[in-house]
Ligand binder design. Structure first.
Ligand code: ASP
Length: 334
């Protein structure tokens, strides 16, 4: 007796542009619209690729590349500054078909760090390259190199200056002086507070062939120490994909996601504890990670999508093939 095969779930792409605290005071509708439009455009481009049969890996890499090119987000151009006023970018891509992955950390010359991560996955026997050697590998594979200044914007520089004034103020405060008066607030550029926003970008997708992939890219955290690496380029912490379970991309305070092995934990809870995607995400984001750590996006092998966060907001969205328009959100829905 032959049983009817279960139909394949529709291909789907989900993306994030960072999580954080909502901007204090009135949020400007035109600023929110900028973020929503940027996310929608990336989602629609990915939807078209998926409809044409593109692989999940190609779709997540292109989605993250487009987000890197957008100054609104803390990845590629528009990346945050280190304490030394430089840029060190991290990225990772993982293919759920065979759990192959490629990653780079601390690159400062490759225009699109996610393409460098892809080059590592496709052309190297190793998985993670750091610093100048990672840029050199990217250059050898024909990826565009830029001056390290190219990543910066005046807005990000002001963010660094403010973080440093606050830090210096905090020191002085131990001597009994007032710290907050010394820091002039910067104008918010989006609905999520620039001072507590984690603007990392990421994408997860399920393709028409039933394969999963995840990609994440970041400038890290404003005023980070030179040489600091967060969760983004670490398989199982900030990025993970396995066709048997789920594809995950995280955003938030990297150290907390590394300690929690957050991305792999979602997969492990599904594989070993038989949890649904929603249960696994709830366990990791709402119960395991400390409050305000950030969030993640996840798409499961069965096509379920979950975009949980435990901060106040997260730039996020998803779209299925055939949908009239993408779903895009910034705040927590009631
Ligand atoms: N997770 C990133 C890091 O710690 C930051 C972010 O998500 O924005 O480097």
């Amino acid at each position: 007796m032959s049983s009817t095969p279960t139909p394949r779930p529709l291909p789907v792409l989900a993306i994030h542009g960072g999580a954080g605290t909502l901007t204090r005071g009135a949020m400007r509708a035109d600023q929110e619209a900028l973020y929503r439009d940027a996310l929608s455009r990336v989602l629609m481009a990915g939807q078209e690729q998926l409809a044409l049969g593109a692989s999940a890996v190609d779709v997540v890499v292109e989605a993250v590349r487009l987000l890197e090119e957008c100054e609104l987000f803390n990845a590629g151009r528009g990346a945050v500054y280190t304490a030394a006023g430089t840029h060190e970018l991290d990225a990772c891509v993982m293919d759920g078909r065979d759990c192959r992955a490629g990653a780079v950390a601390g690159v400062s010359r490759t225009r699109n760090p996610i393409l460098a991560a892809r080059a590592v996955m496709d052309h190297s026997a190793h998985l993670l390259f750091v610093g100048a050697a990672a840029d050199e590998l990217a250059a050898r594979h024909g990826l565009e190199q830029v001056s390290p200044n190219w990543f910066g914007t005046p807005h990000r520089l002001e963010q660094l200056r403010r973080a440093q004034r606050l830090q210096a103020g905090a020191l002085r405060d131990h001597d009994g002086q007032d710290l907050l008066d010394q820091a002039t607030p910067i104008e918010a550029s989006g609905p999520i507070d620039e001072e507590t926003k984690f603007g990392t970008v990421g994408a997860v997708a399920l393709d028409a062939a039933g394969h999963l992939a995840a990609a994440t890219s970041t400038g890290g955290m404003t005023n980070k120490q030179v040489g600091r690496v967060g969760d983004t380029p670490l398989v199982g912490a900030g990025t993970y994909a396995n066709d048997a379970t789920v594809a995950v991309s995280c955003t938030g305070t990297g150290e907390l996601f590394i300690r929690a092995c957050a991305a792999h934990d979602v997969s492990a809870l599904m594989a070993y504890a038989g949890m649904s995607l929603e249960e696994a995400c709830d366990r990791v984001v709402m119960q395991k990670l400390p409050a305000d750590a950030g969030g993640l996006i996840a798409v499961a092998a069965n096509g379920d999508v979950c975009l949980p966060f435990n901060s106040e907001g997260m730039y996020r969205g998803y779209v299925r093939v055939g949908a009239v328009r993408p779903v895009v959100a910034v705040y927590r829905s009631k």
